[in-house]
Design a binder for this molecule. Structure first.
Ligand code: NDP
Length: 248
């Protein structure tokens, strides 16, 4: 894989201030990559993730950008290139979840889900397709909801199914550049996105659904991302890897 001048790879992780993204940033930092911690609003939390990586001997930079804003995404890539010479790894983790039946889903909730989960992923993929260095890696974020398809998850699942489609097409479009494009599809994982608004009995029931009978932890998902981003993942391309304890 092409490296920057200091012999390390440069990894841009969207939505890395909290939850799964923060665990990915920390893990990639430990693996020796220079990590760009993107966030939308949580500047203090993003700085704390960067401080943790640096305290462990790694290198990190925080960059605010709403992934739904194409100009902001372009500027973010410009800043990373100016600071580190280029991007080798893109982890498209930023995402939001709003639940509701198709009958009841409001236009603004539909629009926001599409803007962040689908347009946001598209915006960073477009920059990556133009700029990623040879040997690069792209890891998108789907969900095991694609496949499970329970009621109230329709619009969220639709955004993630679309991300899976972009993943496979982009893998093919990267022919000749030694760039792999894959997606991770987590199952229920203990973050604010999953836990917010769910009564404890619902959390407990969903935790028991997988044969491994627990919720995923952000570190479980970060380990799967590290595999796809690292040397052992080199031959995996155009795939969706479900990381969910066997729920589907
Ligand atoms: P969290 O809600 O815990 O964290 C979301 C992160 O995304 C935050 O860092 C947030 O930044 C960032 N973010 C949100 N909107 C934007 C935006 N417009 N631009 C840039 N960053 C943004 O979510 P999770 O860690 O749980 O989820 C991470 C990914 O995993 C998502 O794509 C989600 O769909 C997927 N997933 C999660 C599952 C789960 O059970 N947790 C299951 C399956 C998939 P800020 O703090 O600044 O707002």
């Amino acid at each position: 894989m092409t490296t920057n001048t200091n012999g390390k790879k440069v990894a841009l992780v969207t939505g890395a201030s909290r939850g799964i993204g923060a665990a990915i940033a920390e893990r990639l930092g430990r693996d020796g990559h220079t990590v760009i911690i993107n966030y939308a609003g949580s500047a203090t939390a993003a700085e704390a993730v960067a401080a943790k990586i640096e305290a462990a001997g790694g290198r990190a930079l925080t960059v605010q950008a709403d992934v739904a804003d194409a100009d902001a995404v372009k500027t973010m890539f410009d800043r990373v290139e100016a600071a580190f010479g280029g991007v080798d790894i893109l982890v498209n983790n930023a995402g939001i979840m709003t639940l509701g039946t198709i009958a009841d889903m409001a236009d603004d909730a539909f629009g926001k889900l599409m803007d962040v989960n689908l347009r946001g992923t598209f915006n960073t993929l477009r920059e990556a397709a133009q700029r990623l260095r040879e040997g690069g890696r792209v890891i998108n974020f789907s969900s095991s909801i694609v496949g499970l398809y329970p009621p109230t998850y329709g619009v969220y699942a639709a955004t993630k199914a679309a991300v899976e489609a972009l993943t496979v097409v982009m893998a093919r479009e990267m022919r000749g550049r030694s760039i792999t494009v894959n997606a991770i599809a987590p199952g229920p994982t203990a973050t604010e996105l999953f836990l917010n608004g769910k009564p404890q009995e619902v959390v407990d029931r969903l935790a028991k659904q997988a044969p491994l009978e627990r919720l995923g932890q952000p570190e479980d998902i970060a380990a799967a991302v590290a595999f796809l981003a690292g040397p052992d993942g080199a031959w995996i391309n155009g795939q969706v890897l479900r990381a969910n304890g066997g729920i589907i």
